[in-house]
Design a protein around this ligand. Structure first.
Ligand code: UD1
Length: 326
């Protein structure tokens, strides 16, 4: 197939491009780093004819610094996707694979022993200051056990990045309905692996820990280090994109899948595993917190397994061992 990859020089887009080429596809890459902007409608009109599927990875990522980031998230992620979709409609391209994110769910899914499933609101400063990191049941105040979130969960975006990713899904769904196109939205969990962005305010935790260790400093683990994430290797994510290109999505619809390893780990475990692989220094649990962070977010990987045939192949130990030195 002839595939356009936006963000092809980025972390995930680069791995997607390599996987596509290895599978014999013809890739047309587009990336701001090489001077091509997804918001350039004329450029898209030139490049899109003959494309079978667009794999849209170009985005401003990360949690962001503060509200000064809002225009950039909206401009790059929301407006960029709108320009792309309009160009796809003009050129009659009917298939989109969209890089979405688990951040659209907000705080994960929880169970109260007495009150059943609960979706708690944001944690208060008071709770965080006093070290009550686990969300409590709004009815009885007891600590909640976290459970796997599935794709039908109600979105609850809590920051500019999350909002922009959900907006991308909505815009893509509008495009699909109006053009009869189909969208495969991949809700990535915590992607890590070689060439992960580092040393920027937008870096993910695995890259931050790795940079600290490389500099001979202890990784700083926030909260109590027991917050759960699903760390999924970037080559597995690239494989999920290939599977999504031929996913069973009806014309006119958007279908979403969690792209996760299915085996969550704590942030403390990630720090400990990287430190052990590099021979120290030992991580420090700081108790520090970031207001925009959710406590736990773990995914059900079942829908991607049954519908895409996607199963993460690179386990935590092997993936972290490679990442520690890459
Ligand atoms: C990350 C991404 C988000 C992406 C999502 C799914 C970043 C900044 N966030 O969200 O864009 O959509 O995965 O792929 O890339 N922490 C520490 N020490 C540190 C830094 C962070 O303990 O030095 C903790 C945080 O408090 C949090 C956890 O590590 O509890 C994860 O943080 P982060 O890597 O920023 O990821 P997410 O917010 O889960």
């Amino acid at each position: 197939m002839r595939v356009m990859v936006t963000g092809s020089a980025g972390f995930i887009g680069g791995h997607v491009t390599e996987a596509l080429e290895a599978a014999g596809h013809d890739v047309v890459g587009l990336d701001l780093r090489t001077g091509q902007d997804v918001r350039d409608a004329d450029l898209l009109d030139t490049l899109l004819p003959g494309i079978d599927v667009v794999v849209h990875q170009a985005a401003k990522v990360g949690l962001g610094v503060d509200v000064s980031d809002l225009p950039d998230y909206a401009g790059v992620n929301v407006y960029g996707t709108a320009v792309l979709l309009a160009a796809m409609a003009r050129r009659e391209i009917g298939r989109l694979v969209l890089a979405s994110s688990m951040v659209i769910y907000g705080e994960g899914r929880y169970e109260c022993a007495e009150h059943g499933p609960v979706r708690p609101g944001p944690r208060t400063v008071e709770d965080l200051e006093s070290g009550r990191f686990d969300p409590a049941c709004p009815s009885c105040g007891t600590s909640l056990a976290c459970a796997e979130i599935d794709e039908d969960a109600r979105p609850d975006p809590r920051n500019a990045y999350a909002t922009s990713k959900l907006a991308q899904e909505h815009l893509a769904a509008n495009w699909a309905r109006q053009t009869g196109g189909s969208v495969a939205a991949l809700r990535y969990h915590n992607v890590y692996g070689p060439r992960m962005p580092r040393d920027t305010p937008y870096a993910g935790v695995a890259a931050i820990f790795r940079s600290e260790l490389e500099a001979g400093r202890a990784p700083k683990v926030f909260e109590d280090g027991r917050q759960l994430r699903d760390f999924v290797h970037v080559r597995d994510v690239a494989g999920a994109n290939l599977a999504a290109m031929s996913a069973p999505v009806r014309p006119g619809e958007l279908r979403a899948w969690n792209i996760a390893s299915g085996t969550p780990h704590t942030v403390g475990e990630m720090a400990g595993a990287l430190a052990a692989e590099r021979g120290g220094p030992e991580p420090q649990v700081t108790g520090h917190y970031r207001l925009g962070d959710v406590r736990h977010i773990v995914a059900s990987a079942a829908r991607a397994r049954t519908e895409l045939g996607f199963r993460a192949e690179i386990g935590f130990n092997a993936g972290v061992k490679e990442f520690a030195w890459s």
